[in-house]
Structures are given as C-alpha cells and as structure tokens.
Design a binder for this molecule. Structure first.
Ligand SMILES: Nc1ncnc2c1ncn2[C@@H]1O[C@H](COP(=O)(O)OP(=O)(O)OP(=O)(O)O)[C@@H](O)[C@H]1O
Ligand SMILES: [Mg+2]
Length: 606
C-alpha cells in the first residue's frame, strides 16, 4: 500500500469484493434467511429427498461391489466366476448409479429455482425499502456502499443458498452413511480411517487459515485497483487536462504489481490444498490397504469387503474437508445477509399509515416559517431562527454566499429533513401534521443538481405529472424555453436520454428540469439555481417563462445571478444560516448593506 496516497484520487479502501466478515448473530440471520425460503417448503423437502436418494445410491452402488466380487469374481467355494452373473450385477449397479445422477440433476434444478426466487424477493424488499428511506440515510451511506449490498452481499447469499446449504446437508449424510457402512464392514479398519481424520483436519485448518488470510489481502488490493480504475476512468477529463497520465500510470503500475504479488501467494496457498489432500487420502488408503490386506490374509476379512471399504475410506474425509471449508462461506454469506437485513430494518420515512396525519387540500400557498432552527447534525446549527411569510402567489428569493443555507431551507419545506425547533406551515397547517406524500405533491421543485432518467425527453418531462398529455408536455417545454432546442434534436421529443442526459449540454438539462417542474400543478414552486447553467439570452427567455410558471404559485427562488431575483416580492439575504437583510430589491439597495455590495459587485472577497 506504499504508493496509495499519490496521484489524483489518492487512496481508496476496498470497496468491491473483499472478505465477508463474521455475522453478529448467525442464528437469527439464518432464521430470517430461511423465512425467505419457507414459501418453497414443499420443493425444499423434495430437494432434500433427492439429496438423500443421491447419497444412498452413491453409497449403495459402491457397496454392491462386495457381493459382486465375492459371488461372481472370487466365489467362496473356489469355483470359477460367472460372467453373465457379473454382467447382470454390474447392470444393476449402473442402474443404481443412474438413479443418483437423475436425482442430482433434479435436485440442482429445483434448488436453483428456489434460490433465485428467494434472491428476487430479497432484492425486491431491499430496493423497495431504499425508496422509503429518508434523504438523511443517503447522506451517511455512500452510493458504492449501497450498491455492494445488491452485488457482493446478495451474491454471497445466493451462493450459500444455491450451493452450500445442499452441500452441507449432503456432506453430513454422506459422512454418517459412510461411517455406518464402514463400521458394519470392519470396525478395525474404521478405527484406522477415523484416526486419520483429526490429522487431516489439522492440515486443512492450517492451510485454510493461511490461504484465507492471503485471500483477504488479495481482495483488499483488488478493491484498491478496481477503485482506482473506476476513479481514473470517470475522471479522464481532469487527468488529461492536468497532464497526469504518467503519474496515473505509475500509481496504477504500483497497485498492479502489488496485486500480482498478493495473487501469486494467495493462489499458491489455495492451490496447495488439493494435492495435499490427495496425498493425505493416499496415505489413509495405503494404511487401510495394509491393515485390510493383513486381515484378509488372516481370514478375518474378505477381498470384496476390502475393495468396498477402500472406496469408502477414500471418500470419507472429503465431505469433512468440504464441510469445514463451507462453514467459512456460509458465515460470510450470513454476514452479507446481516448487512442486507440491516438496510431493510432501517426506519422508513413513510408515514402513509399514520392515522393521526391529515392531507393538505385546496392549498392556496401561504407558507410561513416561524423561528426555524435546524442543523444536519444536532450539535451543528446550520439555520438559525429563520422567520418568513410568503403570501399565495408571492415570489421569495434567497441570496447569500455559498454554504449560507439556501438549499437547506428548501430541504426543510419538502421535509427531506425535519426542523429542530420552530414551525413551518402551509395555509396554517403545520407540515408535520400531514403525510409527506401529500405535502410533496403540492410542491414542484427544480433541484440544484439536475437529474434525468433513461428514457425519452417526453417521458422525462412527464415525470413531473404522470397524467400530462403530449400537448401539456410541449407547452411546459415552451414555458421553460426548452421547446426550440428539443425541436432541433433529430428525434425531437422522442430523443432517448441516457446516463443522466450525457448527450445534452448542462444548460439543456437544466431547461428540461424546469419543464418538469412547469408541468406539475403544484401551488408551491422551488427553483434552486435554476438558471445557473444557461447563457444570458436563454436566461431572459427562461425569465419570461418563469413569470408564466410562477403565476398564481408561491415561489421560492435561489439564484446567484441577482438579475433573476430582482422582481421578487421579498429578498432574503442569508449569511451563515441567519437572515441578515430582507426587503424588496429597491429597499435593499437603498439600505446599502450586503445586498447592495453583492448587487453592485463591491463585495469584498472573503
Ligand atoms: N447533507 C448534509 N449533511 C451535513 N451538512 C450539510 C448537508 N448539506 C449541506 N450541509 C452543510 O450545510 C450548510 C449549508 O448548505 P446549503 O447547501 O444549504 O448551502 P447553499 O446556501 O445552498 O450553498 P450554495 O450556494 O453553494 O448552493 C453548508 O455548510 C454545508 O456544508
Ligand atoms: Mg445550494
């Protein structure tokens, strides 16, 4: 990690892949995960029946070798063997194995279906819940973090449900079945085999621990490399403009070498496991063969029995290793499940079912902020004692330097955040006394950060009011001065926007956002920096459009360009979350204070 901190982007933690961690409450999480499977109870029972059938056929098939050898190859009375009898018995053995193959096939198919259905439900629950979480949740959880719930964590759960659960079950019954059959064949040889198990487990655990550690280290570096690539690819323009190509290559080279070294070590440790297990298996085999051979010579055992036993002893330790390795995967899946369930358990902000809340109706648009105080964190006040009254149809403008708290006020009107003291009311109703849905349906908003969805321009504008007709969409676009540029696009209103409207200019994206607000009938309108990315001529157009848009609506405008706010009924100058001046354009100019300095450009830079 020595070169981590250099170059654009700097260090990045492991964000992709990475170790799964340990679940805090494995039992509870397991129960919850199983509850997603309970809908498929009958199919699960069938799957387990198939697993039992498969294991039985595999063990039984092997067992059939004993009578085959003892009866048809080396008959006990010393007579020559019987080929027809042998072929018949072998055919029967093949049939038994065939049953095993068929049941494995059915079991795999069914389990995949069950697991994928369960994963679909979990993804659905997670996504639906994300829609209900308050904006505050998104402030404290990064986009990458939430994405990895859907990718890494659900992948792990999927792997666990689709494979590990069945393997675990099959492993347990294979081991128990084999053990019973081995004891019934020869208790002494069983003792030899069983004594080897702790030795094998020791080796498996030792190598497993080491290889897991190396694997975790490798995943961490992989995360850094992936994060670095993602960052540099998305920031290509900045890298090129500041001529950082060489240093970026150097940093990447460093990460890449580190990944190579870690990967060599991790893969070696992982790769050594197989041959080592084989070796241990051979040792057990040789031991059993020796002891068994001696027993046969002493007439305490038969050749057929020994052949079957050797088969069993060879496969006896395999499921034990698998089980011990699978426990790690299962625990990491449970840790992933825990993280997914933690998101699903986050308190939602929906208040649809709260009977104590009412609905806003017949809103005229009188908005009153009464001594409003707020901070994103309780101990850090951002807005202090804000008071204002907006009469229906009035235009209120907020001005002030960056970080003064302008956007924050609009976040409070929509109840993205709740105020700490004071009150906000619309037509005399406290906004905390109505459902958030009802409140938000009365507010149209052009956000400071534009956002467009994948779809046509027509659909993107209609997002503001889903029942709007095509004509209404076009008229909203005209209001927002977006109509003329849309018409010039090859496909006009049917132009498909992708990747947040990457094929449009920033100003054009802004116009579409204004059109989206224009189409809504909401009586309260919030325009945050709505004209920040357009040229002066377009701005004039928009101003005309906005005058139409604002007619009969209470409007809150935030603009850095003071020309946009000149005709407001009241201009509020904010500084560090406090109202320092208020009045109309003329009043504030006459005052000769902060607004005057801002307007005349005489403001000293701080
Ligand atoms: N989600 C948030 N969590 C914590 N603090 C925040 C959050 N959003 C904004 N802030 C802080 O609140 C203060 C006011 O931010 P706000 O976005 O309201 O400023 P603004 O007046 O809109 O600025 P600009 O003109 O740059 O848009 C800033 O100091 C900012 O750091
Ligand atoms: Mg802002």
């Amino acid at each position: 990690m020595s070169q981590n901190a250099k170059g654009p982007g700097g260090p990045r933690g492991p964000r992709h892949g990475g170790p799964g961690g340990k679940p805090k409450n494995a039992g509870k999480t397991m129960k919850r995960l199983l509850s997603y499977l309970s809908a498929y109870k009958l199919r699960l029972i069938l799957v387990f029946c198939f697993v039992v059938l498969n294991t039985a056929s595999s063990l039984g098939g092997s067992y059939m070798l004993r009578p085959i050898i003892n009866t048809y190859i080396f008959p006990p009375d010393g007579s020559p063997g019987s080929v027809t009898g042998l072929l018949g018995a072998l055919a029967l053995m093949a049939a038994v194995y065939l049953i095993g193959v068929a049941s494995t096939y059915l079991q795999t198919r069914m389990m995949i279906g069950i697991a994928q259905n369960a994963m679909e439900r979990i993804r659905n629950d997670l996504f639906t819940h994300l829609q209900k979480l308050p904006i505050r949740y998104y402030d404290t959880h990064t986009h990458g973090d939430l994405m990895s719930r859907f990718t890494n964590d659900i992948d792990r759960m999927d792997e666990c449900v689709s494979n590990n659960v069945v393997q675990l079950f099959s492993g347990v019954i294979t081991v128990s079945g084999t053990l019973i059959l081995m004891i019934s064949l020869s208790p002494w040889l069983t003792l030899v085999t069983v004594l080897m198990v702790p030795v094998i487990l020791q080796v498996v655990n030792f190598i497993g621990r080491r290889s897991r550690k190396l694997f975790v280290a490798q995943q961490e570096v992989l995360g850094t490399v992936n994060g670095y690539i993602e960052e540099i690819v998305t920031g290509q323009k900045v890298v090129k403009v500041f001529c950082h190509e060489d240093s970026v290559e150097r940093v990447f080279g460093g990460h890449n070498r580190e990944l190579r070294d870690k990967q060599i070590r991790a893969m070696f440790a992982g790769g050594v496991m197989g041959p080592l297990m084989n070796g241990m298996g051979q040792i057990t085999y040789a031991l059993v063969a020796t002891v068994g051979g001696v027993l046969c010579v002493l007439q305490h055992f038969d050749i057929g029995g020994l052949t079957v036993f050797l088969n069993y002893s060879r496969q006896f330790s395999r499921p034990i290793n698998e089980i011990s390795q699978q426990m790690t995967t299962i625990f990491s899946a449970l840790a992933g499940a825990e993280r997914v369930f933690a998101v699903i358990d986050e308190a939602p902000e929906t208040d649809r079912d709260d009977p104590s809340l009412g609905e806003l109706s017949q809103v005229r648009g009188r908005v009153v902020l009464d001594h409003v105080t707020f901070g994103y964190e309780p101990d850090k006040t951002i807005l202090k004692d804000i008071c204002l009254t907006a009469e229906p149809g009035q235009k209120i403008a907020f001005v002030g330097s960056t970080g003064a708290g302008k956007t924050t006020i609009t976040n409070l009107l929509t109840r993205f955040y709740d105020i700490q003291s004071g009150s906000i009311s619309i037509d005399g109703t406290d906004i905390r006394a109505v459902h958030k849905d009802s409140l938000r349906s009365h507010i149209a908003m052009v956000l400071q950060d534009t956002h467009l969805f994948t779809g046509t321009i027509m659909e993107n504008i209609r997002y503001g009011r889903l029942d709007a007709t095509d004509e209404e969409v076009i008229s909203a676009a005209k209001t927002a001065s977006a109509h003329s540029f849309i018409q010039r696009l090859p496909n006009g209103y049917q132009t498909v926007l992708e990747g947040d409207g990457a094929n449009l200019s920033q100003g054009q994206r802004q116009l579409l956002n204004i059109a989206r607000a224009a189409i809504s009938h909401a009586p309260i309108l919030i325009l945050d920096e709505a004209t920040s990315s357009v040229d002066t001529r377009t701005e004039k157009h928009i101003e005309h459009g906005m005058d139409r848009l604002m007619k009969n609506r209470t409007t809150f405008v935030i603009a850095h360009r003071l020309s946009t706010v000149k005709n407001a009924d009241c201009i509020i100058v904010l500084e560090h979350g406090e109202t320092i001046e208020r009045g109309t354009h003329e009043e504030l100019l006459a005052l000769g204070g902060r607004y005057y300095s801002l307007y005349t450009g005489k403001l000293e830079l701080d």
